[in-house]
Ligand binder design. Structure first.
Ligand code: ATP
Length: 238
């Protein structure tokens, strides 16, 4: 049975003034998938995520979420519908505690299960539980990444977009973060993972897309991409 497509990006173009950062990109993410978008610095990966989440205006093309165009909708509306991003650099509320940050992640909800969901996040991230009363700004980079992911989960995402979660972290913390990405995926969350760490991202993913200079240059099963000599030469340092 073919899986339902949750997110479909068609001919997406995004420019900053006269600079075309994304030049007609196509990709899709189906329910339950973990899809990785890899590529070098400046390839246009972050810009693509910003366009999908309503932060950056779309120049041309269309973005369909749950089968409908979401063009023109702002980040707030999209989070409410389950399209949630963890931005590069994390963006935690540094003067709030861990618990308060998680509560903020549920700002679009008014149900009675928020406390239960905080407990669930604490089960996925025991480190956050240990430090629940600590100010976010005093946590390490890896801990803040966990917090940003936990906060995004509080919005009960249907599709979670992760922008370079391993960036700037120590090797041990990188291992931990990829472990957690896998756990969240196994819990049933559909994930679009943007990474420069191509090897780790493709090892986890079902499918992958390679971006270069604003275009998707390759795509396919993640394992096939991982074994592709061109990908290995350009992105895996071989
Ligand atoms: P990185 O891993 O470095 O974040 P990326 O693949 O995510 O790379 P983008 O950040 O999307 O790439 O950048 C794509 C292009 O758009 C780059 O040439 C970048 O310099 C440019 N760009 C990004 N943000 C802006 C901005 N706010 N104003 C002008 N140009 C920008």
């Amino acid at each position: 049975m073919t899986k339902k497509t949750l997110l479909q990006v068609k001919g997406l173009k995004v420019a900053y003034g006269g600079i075309q950062a994304v030049k007609g990109v196509n990709f899709e993410v189906a329910e339950g998938e973990l899809v990785s978008l890899i590529g070098a610095n400046g390839a246009g990966k972050t810009t693509t995520l910003k366009a999908v989440t309503g932060i950056q205006p779309v120049g041309a093309g269309d973005i369909l979420y749950l089968g409908k165009s979401i063009q023109g909708q702002g980040p707030w509306d999209l989070v409410k519908q389950g399209l949630v991003m963890v931005p590069e650099g994390r963006g935690t509320f540094t003067r709030m505690t861990i618990t308060e940050n998680l509560q903020m992640g549920a700002f679009i909800r008014n149900d009675r299960e928020i406390e239960a969901d905080i407990d669930k996040v604490f089960t996925t991230f025991p480190r956050l539980k240990e430090r629940r009363n600590q100010l976010a700004g005093t946590m390490s980079g890896g801990e803040q990444q966990m917090l940003a992911m936990g906060r995004a989960l509080m919005a009960r995402p249907k599709v979670l977009l992760l922008d370079e979660p391993s960036m700037g972290l120590s090797p041990i913390m990188v291992d931990k973060i990829f472990e957690v990405v896998e756990t969240i995926h196994k819990q049933g969350v559909t994930i679009l993972l943007v990474e420069q760490n191509a090897s780790r991202a493709l090892s986890l993913a079902d499918r992958g897309y390679v971006m270069d200079s604003g275009e998707v240059t390759m795509s396919g099963e993640a394992k096939a991409l991982l074994n592709d000599p061109k990908v290995r030469a350009a992105y895996l340092g071989e």
